[in-house]
Design a protein around this ligand. Structure first.
Ligand code: HEC
Length: 158
């Protein structure tokens, strides 16, 4: 009888001891890993979200500029095509690119190419400046115009 009781007590002690030993292990591991992982993931996500949306808009605008590139160059100092070179166009007076034969209508428009004026011109060039010789390249979608204007702005800054 004594042997059985001792064995039972020993078993209970060992089980209790075992579970008491095992419990802190995993808890401690979780606590150690979480603080290390959480801030890194948050910072990386924030950077990706900020940089991602701005560069996505720029990339979209660059792709949409394919509609303009048949007539316009955008690189600094590049030659005029069927339309004038558009480097630095944002903030510039209409009809100011040297060596380009503008329509009288555009030259007389008195427009400064703010983002707002670019937006309405690109939506419908002939409505904005009746008599303009820009007869193609209108962009119906507002979001696509915004992307193209963002791209034009980037070519102003560089
Ligand atoms: C079919 C050729 C053609 C296409 C395509 C075209 N343009 Fe033009 N663009 C012109 C011409 C020609 C003019 C000059 C208009 C005038 O003198 O009335 C012009 C003028 C402009 C001007 C005014 C420039 C200044 O110096 O005042 C801007 C801004 C402009 N285009 C932007 C764009 C953008 C952005 C696109 C593409 C979304 C585009 N154009 C597509 C031919 C084109």
């Amino acid at each position: 009888m004594t042997t059985v009781r001792t064995f039972a007590c020993l078993t209970v002690f060992l089980l209790a001891g075992c579970s008491a030993d095992a419990a802190p292990g995993p808890v401690e591991q979780i606590i150690v890993r979480e603080p290390g992982a959480a801030p890194v993931a948050t910072a990386a996500t924030a950077v990706a979200a900020d940089g991602g949306s701005a560069s996505a808009l720029l990339a979209e605008g660059k792709a949409a500029f394919a509609n303009c590139a048949a007539c316009h160059t955008i690189e600094k100092g590049a030659t005029n095509g069927a339309g004038p070179n558009l480097f630095g166009i944002v903030g510039k007076a209409a009809g100011a690119v040297t060596g380009f034969a503008y329509s009288d209508a555009l030259k007389a428009s008195g427009i400064i190419w703010t983002a707002t004026n670019l937006d309405s011109y690109l939506a419908d060039p002939a409505a904005k400046i009746p008599g303009t010789t820009m007869v193609a390249g209108a962009i119906a979608e507002p979001a696509k115009r915004e992307a193209v204007i963002t791209y034009l702005e980037s070519a102003t800054a560089n």
